[in-house]
Write a protein that binds this ligand. Structure first.
Ligand code: GYE
Length: 347
């Protein structure tokens, strides 16, 4: 007799087969069984909850996951949450009802996942957290994390500014006066989505260096939600309200590109009048770096799809995975003689 679970799985497989007709499917190797006793020949189904499409970085991350699933034969149930945590929670619940083998999700914010993760655990489904981190009282609620190291990115941004301004003292004249200035370097920050680990980590890493440096002062910090449109609006406001701005630390390239538009509109030469450090390394930011309009770009690597599929297969087959995997990231800065050799970024 078929169990309810088998009925769910049969229905899920049929639906996914319609969407993925033509791809070779994968299963656990003979002899391997998962926590849910995955049988030999059973296809692996991954439920993936993405945040949305707020940036070129995000779109590349989505494409990487979708392409890697197709290439590896893992059946992907993909949900786009349109920037709402409640939609992500709904998606995870639907994956549980579907009895997928593995759930992976990008937590839009760090807090508030414990209940739904307990439901996944009760259903015996392992969870992979990717790109952004969660905070939880119970670390056993997820199997592992793969993504970027936001604290590291903030540290790199701060170190670039320290090196740059040490070489540049005294500060050049400000817009208000033609005399060279002394005193701390005045930094403004465009931060990412409030409560997201990408924003809190970048802010924390940045302050872990500059907070202890009396030559720097973070004079304003505002959230632009990782959106180009908000980067533009907030930068215009900051230029009108903050008397001297020496440097901008922007948590992503989308907001940086908006801020560049705002600066040009106010007659400010980006990269010269205001030193700019940005994170992601989208092609448009690398182009701005080459043009001298941005001074430093810290890579944040969105192409995690293939690693996510490897981890999914391991989890589905009951194998252990590392608790924490940070992807490799580089720093691109002005003056690097090899800027012209940076391969096309693909996002
Ligand atoms: O930097 C940004 C985005 O979570 C690391 O989210 C990611 C960030 C990335 O949309 O552009």
């Amino acid at each position: 007799m078929r169990t309810r679970r088998q009925d769910y799985r049969a229905a899920a497989r049929w639906l996914v087969a319609l969407a993925f007709a033509g791809f070779a499917l994968v299963s656990c190797a003979p002899g391997k069984t998962s926590a849910k006793s995955k049988a030999k020949g059973d296809d692996i189904i991954l439920g993936f909850s993405q945040i949305g499409a707020e940036s070129a970085w995000r779109n590349c991350n989505t494409k990487s996951v979708q392409d890697a699933a197709a290439a590896s034969g893992i059946q992907l149930l993909f949900e786009n949450a349109e920037q709402k945590q409640e939609n992500q929670i709904k998606a995870i619940r639907s994956f549980i009802a579907y009895q997928v083998d593995v759930i992976a999700f990008v937590p839009i914010v760090s807090d508030g996942w414990d209940n739904v993760l307990r439901e996944a655990r009760d259903a015996g489904i392992p969870v992979l957290v990717t790109d952004r981190k969660i905070t939880t009282a119970d670390e056993t609620l997820f199997a592992g994390f793969i993504g970027t190291d936001s604290d590291r990115e903030g540290i790199e941004a701060a170190q670039f500014l320290e090196d740059k301004f040490r070489a540049r003292r005294p500060l050049p004249p400000s817009r208000a006066s033609s005399r060279p200035r002394v005193g701390p370097v005045r930094v403004v920050e465009l931060s990412g989505t409030e409560g997201s680990s990408a924003a809190t980590g970048r802010a924390r890493g940045f302050r872990s260096i500059l907070g202890a440096d009396k030559d720097f002062e973070i004079v304003r910090s505002e959230s632009g939600d990782f959106l180009r449109s908000k980067g533009y609006e907030i930068m215009l406001k900051l230029l009108d309200e903050v008397p001297h701005i020496d440097a901008l630390f922007s948590h992503n390239d989308g907001m940086t590109l908006g801020a560049l538009d705002a600066m040009r509109e106010r007659g400010i030469v980006p990269g010269q009048d205001i030193v700019i450090v940005s994170i992601d390394a989208e092609q448009a930011a690398i182009d701005a770096l080459k043009a001298g309009e941005v001074n430093c770009v810290i890579e944040c690597n969105p192409k995690t799809g293939p690693s996510i599929m490897d981890l999914t297969r391991k989890l589905a087959c009951g194998q252990p995975i590392p608790r924490l995997l940070h992807v490799e990231e580089r720093v691109f800065s002005e003056g690097d003689p090899n800027l012209d050799e940076i391969p096309p970024r693909g996002y």
